[in-house]
Ligand binder design. Sequence first.
Ligand SMILES: Nc1ncnc2c1ncn2[C@@H]1O[C@H](COP(=O)(O)OP(=O)(O)OP(=O)(O)O)[C@@H](O)[C@H]1O
Ligand SMILES: [Mg+2]
Length: 199
Amino acid sequence: MGLKLDRSRIIGRGSSRRCFQHPFEKSRCVKVEKRDYFLKITREEIKYYKLFQKRGISWDMLARFHGIVKTDLGEGAVFDMPHDYDGEISRTLDYYLDAQSIPAGELGRALRAFKDYMMQERIVVRELKADNLVYQRNSSSLGKIVLIDGLGNNEFFPFANYSRLFAWRMLQKKWLKFKGSILKDYPGNALTKDLISLL
Ligand SMILES: Nc1ncnc2c1ncn2[C@@H]1O[C@H](COP(=O)(O)OP(=O)(O)OP(=O)(O)O)[C@@H](O)[C@H]1O
Ligand SMILES: [Mg+2]
């Protein structure tokens, strides 16, 4: 019943979800949860999408949500899936940190612009990590970071949802953790060493 997801068109796997190419819309993906707890993660995330929609934020660096659909793998959630200028599906920061095919200066610039965007729009996140960000190549030398997963607030007192000051504090904290996680997860990587000094 519903959308038939092509198992060979899997874009990526996370700890709780699998992400497939949307069968009819090239620029979208469908996420289904691995276990049975139907869209638990996704429902939490959707609350934040609604909050941001109400606030009228810019979606420049956040993949948009397009609703729930029935699929042959259970209920799925449809999101934007960024593509590069040459038509390829954009790859994650995690991929580029391993491939080391983009100069540290350019990745650093894109990540700083992404941080400014999050501060400006008060995007609250549970956690920032390299496999939840894609680097969308807009030309052979320039690109931008897009957040594809991780929206939410896992703090005991979710003040950051209401207060700009608390949101900024929270983002600073998550940013420091993000930098730490890059150093820890990619030890001995020449690119990440240069990159960290730029963030
Ligand atoms: N909108 C997107 N555009 C491109 N690739 C995507 C997109 N959404 C997900 N992916 C790919 O699919 C993977 C898994 O998706 P996602 O991060 O949403 O799953 P998750 O289980 O919630 O992850 P986590 O382990 O971080 O909780 C991502 O790491 C990424 O490689
Ligand atoms: Mg993820």
